[in-house]
Design a protein around this ligand. Structure first.
Ligand code: GRF
Length: 211
């Protein structure tokens, strides 16, 4: 019997996107929202890097943005505590990590249990961590892909929502493989967010059922 069951809400939700770089996954989600395919609004785009391209794009789209410099805080916990406060102020329902290059502290993960999701450019649990497209090539796997998963304190190990498979070709470089995986990321990330606010995701222990 399952000890721990969580069902995502069926409602018009408010999303916060966390990013540190170019923000193509953020743009993909934003586009799907504007096309009326996701029942949500983006209430905040947050970054740990003021110069992140994704943050600039968000500003151009007139979305609310916030960046906090980790150097202005005494510890990782302090930094995350401030973000928890900012998120709670805005009544955010779901946090989408989209190339957010900071590990979240357990206090942050616990504050938003079942309310943080992430996109990872490999088929988890294979290849957690960084530079995973190159690792897939180096291992000689025939297939890699992308994974959307709930975030827990153990990095890249939370319950898996959805995955896409991408073949690894013999002449692939890190760039060519990354590019093909990224196209799939954009599709499955938007789809996962859509399902979330359709109330269709049920987390039972470490498995996610699509209802
Ligand atoms: C993506 O490959 C994502 O899987 C990883 O970081 C990258 C972010 O790309 N977590 P972008 O900023 O969304 O373009």
């Amino acid at each position: 019997m399952s000890k721990d069951v969580y069902r995502s809400p069926k409602k018009r939700g408010k999303i916060a996107v966390f990013l540190s770089g170019r923000g193509s996954n953020f743009v993909a989600i934003h586009d799907e929202i504007r096309a009326g395919k996701i029942n949500a609004d983006i209430g905040l785009v947050f970054s740990n890097k003021q110069e992140a391209l994704g943050l600039k794009i968000a500003q151009e789209c007139n979305l609310q943005t916030l960046s906090l410099n980790p150097k202005d805080f005494t510890s990782r916990e302090d930094y995350d505590r401030k973000i928890v406060e900012e998120i709670k102020k805005r009544d955010i329902d779901l946090i989408c990590l989209a190339g957010y290059m900071r590990i979240l502290t357990p206090l942050f993960c616990e504050a938003f249990r079942n309310k943080i999701i992430n996109i990872h450019p490999a088929l988890l649990p294979s290849f957690p961590g960084l530079h995973v497209q190159q690792k897939a090539i180096d291992w000689g796997v025939r297939y890699s892909g992308a994974t959307v998963h709930f975030v827990t304190p153990e990095v890249d190990m939370g319950p898996i929502i959805t995955q896409a498979i991408v073949p690894v070709l013999q002449d692939d470089t890190e760039d060519t493989l990354s590019e093909r995986i990224l196209k799939e990321e954009h599709k499955i990330y938007s789809e996962a967010v859509r399902l979330y606010f359709e109330g269709m995701l049920e987390v039972r222990d470490r498995r996610v059922f699509i209802l």
